[in-house]
Write a protein that binds this ligand. Structure first.
Ligand code: HAM
Length: 430
């Protein structure tokens, strides 16, 4: 029926990653994998969904993520399941469940993939987005913290993200956190009337979360609130100065930023972010920190940890498409059915030797085939018709130099391969 079908569109906040962008995404992932391997990381691929309880306990009940941003549903037995809003909780669940802690420590794990948060979509903010996420389990730092930040810095510089000054803060530990919490509570209680309704509630459940609120009035108040750095215990002070020393040794650019708080509850001591002025409101390219009590909180042994995640959409927005899609080495143009039958095994033979070869199955004029070959950017075109079959030779045209070579159809594969190789050598940059 005409006009009845409604076009089904993508869900708001999701996006299709198409060529020529997808080539840069793959290159970015490969770059990250290669770099992480050199730092001793191994890949882990946890599921995209977990019991909601894992995120509630791990990320924190009073965080925006758990309070209002998770995609949760109940299964047929009435248990709540959520799409992962971040990777750390799932990686740690897998670390505990698979007893990875009984292997050599520290364990260095990375994962790359989609995350889901029901946030208001805008530039650089999606409901399905992708993270490159790394975790180090079993080293209390601070040298490992610096090593991780240096690795994040290398990833940025290899990808071409500049400038890369990291913001660093210490969020204290269970020893000094209660005193800081009390100081914050006292400060915000005096201004309770100015807080947004969410923060009025958070004041009682977790005053630290007020520091992370995006409401303008709360932000302004947070700017004058007590700073963690003034409430650190001697252990945390030493940890932070150890981190600074190690970052200096590694020549990583950083700045202490006393108002840096993270949107997840699990952090203790080191917290860091890389922000940029090129992305508008969604300015965090990557962020992470230390979460020493989290493995225990999720039911595992007492093992310290630190990690970070980079947003792939934001990295891509900053660096754009930096990889060109591949172009065919050869386009085989056939002009008759016998020519096509002769070309099919030749095309397959070249592909099995690692070349990118296209051929036509539809009968069209030579002119339209050549036009198509030109549009694909093919390096060579081989024209095969009845005349060529009769003569036992076909013409191989170099599309860049316009030179033509005669190819002996008795042994075409070797001749074409050696012409490809010669062309590759010629077009290499000096
Ligand atoms: P996060 O700061 O929530 O940390 O996210 C890390 C990065 O993911 C952000 O800096 C941003 O680039 C990207 N991101 C977050 N939300 C969105 C969104 N809605 N759309 C596009 N990009 C987004 C974490 O997720 C922690 N799990 C990081 C970590 C790992 N901490 C320790 N280990």
């Amino acid at each position: 029926m005409k006009g009845d079908s409604v076009v089904i569109q993508r869900i708001k906040g999701t996006h299709d990653i198409l060529s020529p962008s997808v080539e840069s995404w793959v290159a970015l992932e490969t770059m990250a994998r290669d770099l992480f391997t050199r730092f001793g990381f191994r890949e882990i691929r946890p599921p995209l969904m977990e019991w909601t309880e894992l995120f509630a306990r791990g990320i924190g009940e009073s965080t925006d993520i758990v309070e209002k941003e998770m995609y949760s549903f109940t299964d047929s037995r009435g248990r709540s399941i959520s799409l992962r809003p971040e990777a750390t909780a799932g990686v740690l669940r897998a670390f505990i469940e698979n007893k990875l802690y009984s292997e050599l420590l520290p364990q260095k794990l990375f994962t790359i993939g989609p995350m889901f948060r029901h946030e208001r979509p805008q530039k650089g903010r999606f409901r399905q987005f992708h993270q490159i996420n790394v975790e180090v389990l079993g080293d209390p730092g601070p040298q490992v913290d610096a090593e991780l930040i240096a690795m994040a810095h290398l990833l940025c510089s290899q990808a071409g993200v500049t400038p890369t000054t990291f913001l660093i803060n210490s969020l204290g530990c269970p020893e000094c956190r209660p005193g800081y919490r009390e100081a914050l509570s006292g400060f915000f209680s005096k201004h309770e009337g100015e807080l947004c309704p969410d923060c009025s509630r958070r004041l009682r459940t977790n005053p630290l979360r007020v520091l992370d609120c995006k409401a303008p009035a709360c932000r302004e108040l947070a700017g004058n609130a007590p700073r963690t750095l003034d409430h650190l215990c001697p252990g945390c002070v030493d940890h932070l100065s150890g981190l600074e020393k190690a970052l200096d040794l590694l020549a990583v650019p950083y700045r202490i930023h006393s108002s840096l708080v993270r949107g997840l509850d699990y952090y203790a001591r080191t917290a860091f972010e890389l922000v940029t002025t090129h992305l508008g409101a969604q300015d965090a390219v990557m962020g992470g920190g230390r979460y020493d009590g989290l493995v225990e909180l999720l039911g595992g042994p007492s093992i310290p940890g630190i990690g970070f995640a980079a947003g792939m959409e934001r990295l891509h927005l900053l660096i754009g498409d930096f990889v060109q899609p591949s172009v065919p080495d050869l386009m085989i143009v056939t002009l008759s059915t016998p020519a096509q039958e002769r070309a099919i095994p030749l095309c397959h033979g070249l592909r099995s030797r690692g070349f990118f070869v296209e051929m036509n199955f539809e009968a069209r004029s030579l002119k339209s085939h050549m036009k198509r070959a030109d549009r694909t950017g093919a390096r060579f075109v081989l024209i095969l018709g009845d005349d060529e079959l009769r003569a036992g030779n076909a013409v191989l045209r170099n599309m860049r130099t316009k030179n033509q070579e005669s190819v002996d159809l008795a042994r075409p594969l070797e001749q074409i391969v050696s012409l490809f190789r010669a062309e590759q050598e010629m077009s290499k940059p000096c």
